[in-house]
Design a protein around this ligand. Structure first.
Ligand SMILES: Cc1cc2nc3c(=O)[nH]c(=O)nc-3n(C[C@H](O)[C@H](O)[C@H](O)COP(=O)(O)O)c2cc1C
Length: 164
């Protein structure tokens, strides 16, 4: 059994969760940014992480997800400025799951990730982004120790699901 933990991360938040997930996996494993993944075929499970962008999956990640071999087991993780468990990050996961329709999605995990203040200020001025930008202020300090611990728990649960 072999796991790939791969991620796209602009300011390091999603990478922190990727590293926590990687640490918690106790089967053969690899950790690398999405851009460095040559071949996903040889893995039994792919943990795929991304920051939520515009309530969705960043463009750089969509083509990777679409190219995941049919029938492959996937676990998605994401960081986002808006509150955990809310509608906005849920939308991003739904989008990711839709892109991965030929694969078997075992689960997903999300937590808040600190948002660049300049991004918040710019988006506050745009009515369509105001909802998450207001919530994003509370993302300061995330991912924190609890988020990392929850990410690890998620990783263990996914591996248990895989090997059951
Ligand atoms: C261009 C852009 C768009 C974003 N859009 C959203 C969004 O729609 N909803 C949200 O909750 N957070 C949004 N965020 C915040 C990021 O998802 C969050 O800060 C994330 O933790 C960044 O992860 P990273 O450091 O791995 O890049 C956005 C950030 C950027 C830069």
């Amino acid at each position: 059994m072999k796991a790939l933990v791969t991620y796209y991360s602009e300011t390091g938040n999603t990478e922190k969760i990727a590293r926590a997930i990687y640490e918690a996996i106790h089967i053969e494993k690899e950790l690398k940014p999405i851009k460095d993944v040559q071949n996903a075929k040889s893995f039994d499970i792919i943990f795929c992480g991304f920051p939520c962008h515009a309530h969705s999956v960043p463009v750089k990640v969509t083509s990777f997800i679409k190219g995941i071999p049919e029938g492959k087991k996937i676990a998605f993780f994401s960081t986002h400025g808006s509150l955990r468990g809310g509608q906005l990050p849920k939308q991003a996961f739904e989008h990711a799951i839709g892109l991965a329709s030929k694969t078997k999605v075992l689960g997903h995990f999300g937590c808040q990730g600190k948002v660049d203040r300049k991004v918040i200020d710019a988006l506050m001025k745009q009515p369509e982004h105001k909802a998450w930008a207001e919530e994003a202020l509370s993302a300061e300090g995330h991912p924190d120790q609890h988020d990392l611990a929850d990410g690890k728990k998620f990783a263990s649960d996914m591996i248990t699901k895989l090997t059951k």
